[in-house]
Design a protein. Sequence first.
Length: 377
Amino acid sequence: YQRRVGKQWYQRRVRGFPTMASPVLVLLVAALPFLVVVHATVNITQIRALKTLSGENNANVFMTCNLIFFKNLVDYDMAENKCRDFKYGMGYTYTGTLATVNDEEKNTEIKTLLNLAYEKNSVGKNKWNADQWVWTGLRKTKNNYGFSYTKVYNTSDWQWATGENPIDFHKWMNNMPDQRKQTKHGVVYYQNQMRINHDGVWDDTFTYKEHPYACDYKGKYILGLNYVTWHHAKRECNNAGLILGKVLDGNDLNELKRLFHVFLGAVNETHAKFYKENWLWLGGNDMDSEGDWHWTDGEAMNEFYGMEWTRYMPDNAEYIGTVGQNVLSIARWGQFDDSFDHTRKRRFVCMCPQSASEDTSTGMGISAVYNSTLYNY
């Protein structure tokens, strides 16, 4: 059932809404319930704005609606395992993967993230330094014989982490891939892993080399860590090509609760209920017409099974401030509250535009997975 959200709602206390025991990922992510390839052009201005969302204290992870970039320098196998160990709400039959870079747009996006994470070495410095490259999911899986036999690039010999062979698109450096052979500590290595530099150029190298890495992201939410007003949060999301978050059903609600728990930690019982760390801004508001709630993209905000307001809310509470409480926030335990848009400062959650109207009611295993740790809500 659905009812338009209004300030005169009967405040039901819904208990026992069925939720799924889900493993979680220690990242700023929430997830779609099915496999969706979200691909849209992201320009440098939007990526810089996405970097701003991470806040000054979260410089190790950068996200777009297509990629998650990690600054940690790891070898190829470690990068592959870290991407594989989690899922983005796609059910338990799918695994995460190192990035697939099969067109110019995504190649530009990944090189831009590398440029934001690490400065390009100036003239005279070593272009082969670890922080000048990023691991992707392309690996040579056939005909690994060494330099003299493998000079010619044959797409049927290479595979993305998804198991697919690359298509015609590639950006190999001149005379690459050359797949040199090397023996190290008695182990024979071939240059059969692909990395990308600040210019978007590809190179094959050894698996033991250490670089940052990028995983494909098929998720829905991106967390903003700065404490800002609702209007500021809306602007930061828009600057990044996103919208302030929407919660359309119980699946979205449960995913945001997991996001709270994983990244922002468990509830601190010493904090007051309305302490700023307990809340995130969402896009819901009734600023245009009192009691007529809608999201920032204009879609009506509707009640769903499992949606619960804090006690006696929404109350508009004009007696507390100079203006009414006209914007929506969500608590780490999943309750909603109407709040002041100009005075309170909170963290916030943005949503990828392509996901803003997705139907998540199928419930196909919303989960993010990391090290098989289970949480129940």
